[in-house]
Design a binder for this molecule. Structure first.
Ligand code: ZN
Length: 82
């Protein structure tokens, strides 16, 4: 079945997505890749410890912001060059 990516609005074959997280956001494989890369940056930037529930929650929030499900401040890699 074809789905529309909630991030880039491109259509993609859902058979290509095997990550449950990506399926939840109807994210295409390339945007999900982009998120996983972004997530590593977020973890480093916010010094998140994935063993702490509060920190996992903070990452989840960034995930929702990334896929446009929640309003909020997205962490920029280069804040001086948006
Ligand atoms: Zn996409």
């Amino acid at each position: 079945m074809t789905q529309t990516c909630s991030k880039c609005n491109n259509t993609f074959d859902e058979k290509l997505v095997d990550d449950p997280g990506a399926q939840k956001y109807s994210s295409c494989p390339s945007c999900w890749n982009e998120w996983t890369t972004h997530a590593v940056m977020v973890i480093n930037e916010l010094r998140l410890d994935m063993s702490l529930p509060e920190h996992r929650k903070a990452l989840k929030k960034q995930e929702k912001i990334f896929f446009g499900l929640e309003q909020g401040e997205q962490i920029q890699k280069n804040p001086d060059n948006p």
